[in-house]
Ligand binder design. Structure first.
Ligand code: FCB
Length: 445
């Protein structure tokens, strides 16, 4: 039976967005009383960032808010996902609040509402105040309580106008890349600290949800996880077991506590003495009902028992400029797996999906990024397939609105559907932005 056109496969209330994060686009790193974040500090470490860049200017979004709001509106999306920079709102992560910081996010949210666009805010997209890092950061239980205070403060000011309030973006990245591998801020290399950090992130999510609801939360509340479908490199039992373990470490370590109130036993056993300290009541606190789950998906993970890197590029498979395999079916597989493993799964948003590609320069006002268009179309089709299979899909957000600071890769990797010229800071919608706009127009009918 021929498939309906892609845009017809989504219901009228579906949420379509573009996503960004504070540190990656705002710049104005020291403006209007903003405090230092762990990423401001990390960028100063020699060798930490591929092009030795930082977030001081980034896309200068802080100073170009109105222009960027118009840009978002011009795409025809009905949702924008952004993050609040904690050190902009509370420079040291405790004590004084910075009214100018909150004013900025209020202008952002009001500007979205005025344009008929839903506002999805994330409280922690990794830019922890450096002041808290100096007191132990996420390894320290006190940070959990500071985060709850911060969450309550943001909700008190903006909560009545938000359409989604996410506690954390990708706790795995903060824990593992930030504290085990040390390739992301704050650059710590300890498996035990990473495990404790992951527990504190999850705990702070649960306690924040409790506190926000006690305060009368009006917006839906959730968390965003980076998830991947893990598949064995071969049909050998050892590879199959290794893939299961990778899935337990990357997906179930986060999703099981949130939906089942426990950590996977096999990961606890593997961690041994590095397992986190869990106090009585912590697991119940983490397992709060959620109004939605955000899923960030970029690629599948192919796992070999030997631990050898499975390099898609070397195997001649399609990859993005990050070297990540382009595998849209993995998104449908992952969404169905979540649906199967967690009965009562709340509405699911794909909160990030997109690709870095070596875009051609702007020629006559155009960037013809056909590879990105294909990437987006195929992944949106995977979401449609998950919907058809009964997964409660609620929305899809492209990463990213515009080219930006891609963490340890600096400005070398371009994920935007809008091109940014880092010399002039001019924004130029790419062909993929036109494609997305046309797709959404067709969907609206
Ligand atoms: C995700 C991050 C996001 C962006 C994309 C490419 O892990 O949440 O900020 O860097 O990867």
């Amino acid at each position: 039976m021929p498939q309906a056109p892609l845009h017809c496969q989504f219901p009228p209330h579906f949420v379509w967005g573009v996503a960004t994060s504070s540190f990656q686009i705002e710049g104005a790193a020291h403006a209007d009383g903003k405090g230092e974040s762990v990423w401001d500090r990390f960028c100063k470490q020699p060798g930490a960032i591929a092009d030795a860049s930082n977030g001081d200017i980034a896309c200068d979004h802080y100073n170009r808010l109105e222009e960027d709001l118009d840009l978002i509106a011009s795409l025809g999306v009905n949702c924008y996902r952004f993050s609040v920079a904690w050190p902009r709102v509370q420079p040291l992560g405790q004590g004084n609040w910075n009214p100018k910081g909150l004013d900025f996010y209020e202008r952002l949210v009001d500007g979205l509402k005025a344009r008929g666009i839903q506002a999805f805010a994330t409280l922690n997209h990794w830019d922890l105040p450096q002041g808290l890092q100096e007191r132990g950061g996420w390894n320290e239980r006190n940070t959990v309580h500071r985060f709850v205070d911060y969450a309550r403060h943001v909700q008190a000011r903006l909560g009545d106008r938000l359409d989604g309030l996410t506690t954390h973006n990708e706790p795995w990245v903060v824990a593992v890349l930030g504290h085990e591998q040390g390739s992301f801020a704050p650059g710590i290399k300890s498996r035990g600290i990473a495990a404790q950090v992951s527990h504190h992130l999850l705990l702070s999510h649960g306690l924040a949800l409790q506190a926000l609801r006690a305060d009368g939360a009006r917006s839906p509340l959730g968390i965003v996880l980076n998830l991947s479908s893990c598949v064995p490199a071969t049909a050998m039992p050892a590879d199959i077991a290794a893939a299961r373990m990778a899935d337990a470490r990357g997906r179930r370590w986060y999703a099981d506590p949130l939906f089942k109130g426990c950590y996977p036993d096999e990961v606890l056993a593997e961690l041994g003495a590095d397992a986190p300290i869990v106090q009585p009541g912590d697991m119940a606190a983490i397992e709060q009902p959620m109004d939605y789950l955000g899923v960030n998906y970029y690629a599948r993970t192919v796992v070999a028992a030997s631990g050898a890197d499975w390099d898609a590029r070397q195997r001649g498979l399609p990859v993005t400029d990050m070297g990540w395999e382009i595998y849209p079916q993995g998104l449908a597989d992952l969404l169905c797996l979540l649906h199967r493993d967690y009965p009562g799964l709340p509405p699911v948003y794909v909160t990030e999906n997109g690709g870095a590609f070596k875009d051609q320069a702007v020629v006559n006002g155009r960037v013809q990024d056909d590879d990105r268009i294909a990437y987006l179309r195929e992944h949106i089709a995977a979401v449609a397939s998950a919907l058809q299979q009964g997964v409660p899909m609620a929305g899809y957000m492209v990463w990213s609105l515009m080219d930006n600071f891609e963490w340890a890769s600096g400005y070398q990797k371009r994920f935007g559907i809008v091109h940014v010229d880092y010399r002039t800071l001019a924004r130029t919608p790419k062909a993929s932005a036109d494609w997305y706009r046309d797709f959404l127009k067709a969907w609206r009918g």
